[in-house]
Structures are given as structure tokens and as C-alpha cells.
Ligand binder design. Structure first.
Ligand SMILES: Nc1ncnc2c1ncn2[C@@H]1O[C@H](COP(=O)(O)OP(=O)(O)OP(=O)(O)O)[C@@H](O)[C@H]1O
Ligand SMILES: [Mg+2]
Length: 460
């Protein structure tokens, strides 16, 4: 029971029999929960859309309009953190199995006792709390299985001394992983030095890495230590290693092989004890085949490769990361912690994130500035995210067969629906977004049979 909790857990009960919903409501409220009830699927979906603050759904499988299974389908996509318990009558093993397969957390066969109900509710709420708690190790937030494996790897390789190559698209978190490896190594009390070889002009990179002596080149008025010297005893992170010239690659190979280098303008040999962690968003094997990257250096660097998949291939991380960024922003200049509306969640999950985690981080920062309520809505997200590629009509024109009228109609319908969603069903703002008169919008909605309640509010 959660009598002692300051915030009562909220449960939505869906069953077509009023006697059942009211008895469940009584029992749950007596046990300290807050409970709303609805008697058909449509009402359930509307209530979820309007409130979306529930902690648990208990639904009958057999409903007069939309089945409990269909509700499950929608909930698992739109509210992935919301647990569902199904009530199964008629001892239907098949539909129970289907419900579990579709993501129901538990089932209650009718008739059930108060004890069975409360214990199922307690378990579901406990497990959903766990699901909501993302993992955060060294400020790296994740929930996907592939990131779990990467983090295992980070803890294991941290202690080894081998050179590591971190690969992945821009913004996937390569530098963050490199820092985590350093923090988890015996070098953690020493320096972590980061050099972006792609951002430093070719002529300066050598001196940046290895230092120079006074008079080595015009402008070298004093002797200067390079990054390999400063990082001695610690770790050096070399970003965009794929962009290095072949001449620099030879020098880098020497440090890796012999632990020594010579500053620019000097023939002295300087010893250094540095662990190198290199990163690239390039395909180095391809660069080897075009002779722009040395094969021997590649094998030296790639003793252990950690590949971070793009965010679109680990969608389980999108919501935990969004939550994390929103909490972090709430802790800084913004005092309140924002939540995500169900429509915003759907948009974030279906977008392809070409800029990966960096793009998500910027998106949350932008949303927290624009958002004027407690909840991030679709209109707080950039257009490219709310009008995602997948939203576009299926029909692609081919040379042999184009039904232009139907194609244009489907595009128009699609834009109207999206604009309605974006403005939470407000017809005046929708008309404004689309550059239409309000009456024209209403006529087209009627023509395309678009529901008046598309979006959140019934009407303005
Ligand atoms: N799993 C994660 N948890 C929290 N923050 C993350 C995560 N992954 C990336 N970030 C954040 O995203 C941003 C980009 O990460 P990072 O600079 O490590 O990416 P990168 O792969 O090195 O990018 P680039 O190739 O453009 O240099 C940083 O602000 C980082 O803190
Ligand atoms: Mg980087």
C-alpha cells in the first residue's frame, strides 16, 4: 500500500461494466491510490490524451468499442513507461498470452480477490519505477542493451593500458566515452588531455602535439611543451584522427611504438607515458583502401574498438536522455523540471536524429526555453522533428503510375493533421500555420473526414 507516499499513484481503470469499475475504484482508493474510471476504449484514449499523468492502467480485454489489446498497442507506443495490467474474463488463455506478448505487465483472471488486485498493482508500480530509472554512469545516460555492453566494455578496458579507438557518427558521445575510460583507469588522478586534430591546421598540429623549441619556425619565440608532454602519466584523447596527414601519421606511429617523440626543431628524443584514446567518425578501413590512412597505424590504434551506434539505432535511449537533459536544465537556470507530453514523446521516438545525442541535447534546451507550461508540447519542438520523414504519405510517384489527385490529397490531409496536432487541435492556430482561412480549414477537414478532436483540445 502506498498510504505513506506523499504523492498518490494514479490509476486509470477501464471496464465496460460500471459495477466493476466502481468496485475497483473503491478498493483502490481505500488502499491509498487515486483512481479514475472509464467504461469504453474511446473514453480511455481521450482521458489518456488529456491527462497523461497516470502511473498505471488496468483494462478489461473485452470492451464494446476498442479492445484492450488495441489500447495496449497504443499505450506501448505512445506511453512506453506506463505499465498495463489486463483483466481477462472467459478464462481466455489466447488473449492473455497475446496481451503479455504485446507488453502487458501482468493479468488478473476474473474473478479476482482484493488481495490479488493489490499485489498486482504494487508489483506493477514497483517495476515501472525501475523502468523509469535510467542508468547514469560517469554522466553517461543509457538504457539500451548496446549501450549497456559498451559501458561494460568501458569498465573493463579502463583498467587495461591498451590503445582504444572509439568510432561512431558525430554527436554519439565518443569524447564522453573516452573520458569515462580515463576516469575508470589507474591514470584517473592524472590529466585527460583532449586534442581535436580535425580543428587544428596541419602546420600547427605537430607543434601542438609534440611541442617546439625556440626558433623552430617563424613565431616560435619560446620553447613550448606539446600535449604528449603535458599528458605524461595520463590519457590523451585524439579526436578526428582520420583527418591527420600521412606525415603526422608516421610521427604518431612512432609515439605508439616506442613511447617517444621529438619536439619541432629539435633532434632530442623525449620519452612519454601516455595512454592514447583515438576517435573518428570516418570509416578508416575505407581510408586505408584509398591510401589516405596508414594500415600499420590503424592496427596500432585499433587494439580495442568501441563502436557507438547512432541514436536512431538505440531508440531505448531517447526518452531517458531527454529526461536527463530536462532534469539537468531544471537544475541550472530553469527552476522547474519539465515533462514531455505524449505527442512530444511520439515525435522524439520517431525522428531519425542525424545529429545524435548532441542534437537531442540542443532540442531539449530549446524546448525548455520555449515551453511556457509544465509540459513540453509538439510546438516546443523544431519543425524537422514534428514533421518527420516517416509522416510523409506512403505513395511515391513512379513513372508508370501517378495518381496526382490522390497524391496531392494525401499530402494536404497529412499537413492538416500534423498542423492540428502541433497546435493541440486549436483551429485558429492551425489555419494560421497552414496559411488558410479558418472556414477553409473547417471545410477541408470535413472533406477529408478529419476528426474534430485531432490534437488535444476539442476546440478553442
Ligand atoms: N549517453 C549520453 N549521456 C549523456 N550525454 C551524452 C551522451 N552521449 C552524448 N552526450 C552529450 O552529447 C554531446 C555530444 O557528445 P560528444 O562530444 O562526446 O560526441 P562525439 O561523438 O565526440 O561528437 P563529435 O564526433 O561531433 O566530436 C555532449 O554534450 C555530451 O555530453
Ligand atoms: Mg567529439
Amino acid at each position: 500500500m502506498n498510504m505513506n507516499n506523499t504523492k498518490k499513484s494514479r490509476i486509470l481503470v477501464i471496464d465496460d461494466e460500471v459495477s466493476i469499475t466502481s468496485s475497483l475504484k473503491r478498493t483502490l482508493e481505500l488502499s491509498g491510490y487515486q483512481c479514475d474510471t472509464v467504461n469504453c476504449g474511446k473514453d480511455a484514449l481521450r482521458t489518456l490524451r488529456e491527462k497523461s499523468t497516470y502511473d498505471l492502467i488496468i483494462t478489461d480485454i473485452r470492451l464494446p468499442d476498442i479492445s484492450g489489446i488495441e489500447i495496449l498497442d497504443i499505450v506501448t507506443v505512445k506511453y512506453p513507461f506506463l505499465p498495463v495490467i489486463v483483466i481477462t474474463g472467459y478464462a481466455s488463455i489466447e488473449s492473455t498470452k497475446e496481451a503479455i506478448r504485446k507488453g502487458a505487465l501482468d493479468y488478473l483472471p476474473k474473478p479476482f480477490t482484493t488481495g490479488a488486485l493489490i499485489s498486482a498493482v504494487n508489483n506493477a508500480l514497483k517495476s515501472s519505477k525501475k523502468r523509469n530509472q535510467y542508468k547514469n554512469l560517469y554522466e553517461i545516460v543509457y538504457q539500451s542493451n548496446c549501450m549497456e555492453e559498451i559501458m561494460d566494455m568501458v569498465t573493463r578496458v579502463g583498467r587495461a593500458e591498451s590503445t582504444i579507438l572509439v568510432t561512431g557518427e558525430s554527436g554519439t558521445g565518443k569524447e564522453l566515452i573516452a573520458r569515462a575510460i580515463h576516469r575508470n583507469s589507474r591514470r584517473s588522478t592524472q590529466q585527460f588531455i583532449s586534442v581535436n586534430s580535425g580543428a587544428i591546421p596541419e602546420g600547427l598540429l605537430e607543434s601542438e602535439l609534440f611541442g617546439h623549441i625556440k626558433g623552430a619556425f617563424t613565431g616560435a619565440v619560446t620553447t613550448s611543451h606539446g600535449r604528449f608532454h603535458v599528458a605524461d602519466g595520463g590519457s590523451l584523447f585524439l579526436d578526428e584522427v582520420g583527418n591527420m596527414s600521412l606525415a603526422m601519421q608516421v610521427k604518431l606511429l612512432r609515439v605508439l611504438q616506442d613511447g617517444e617523440f621529438s619536439p619541432v626543431g629539435s633532434s632530442d628524443v623525449v620519452k612519454t607515458d601516455v595512454r592514447l584514446i583515438a576517435a573518428t567518425n570516418m570509416n578508416l578501413e575505407q581510408a586505408i583502401s584509398t591510401k589516405t590512412f596508414r594500415e600499420d597505424l590503424y592496427y596500432r590504434l585499433n587494439v580495442i574498438e568501441i563502436h557507438i551506434p547512432p541514436l536512431r539505432q538505440r531508440t531505448d535511449d531517447i526518452l531517458p536522455l531527454s529526461e536527463f537533459f530536462l532534469s539537468r536544465l531544471a537544475g541550472s537556470e530553469h527552476s522547474r523540471k519539465l515533462t514531455l507530453s505524449s505527442n512530444a514523446v511520439s515525435a522524439l521516438l520517431s525522428y531519425h536524429w542525424p545529429g545524435n545525442v548532441r542534437e537531442l541535447e540542443n532540442t531539449m534546451e530549446r524546448a525548455s526555453v520555449l515551453c511556457d507550461s509544465e509540459q513540453v508540447e509538439l510546438h516546443d519542438l523544431p519543425d524537422r522533428i514534428t514533421y518527420s520523414k516517416e509522416d510523409f504519405p506512403e505513395q511515391t510517384p513512379t513513372a508508370e503510375h501517378i495518381n496526382l489527385d490522390s497524391l496531392l490529397n494525401s499530402i494536404e490531409k497529412h499537413y492538416i493533421i500534423n498542423a492540428l496536432k502541433k497546435s493541440n487541435g486549436n483551429k485558429t492556430s492551425t489555419a494560421k500555420i497552414l496559411g488558410l482561412k479558418r472556414t477553409t480549414l473547417l471545410a477541408r477537414m470535413k472533406h477529408y473526414n478529419i476528426q474534430r478532436d485531432t490534437g488535444k483540445n476539442q476546440d478553442e
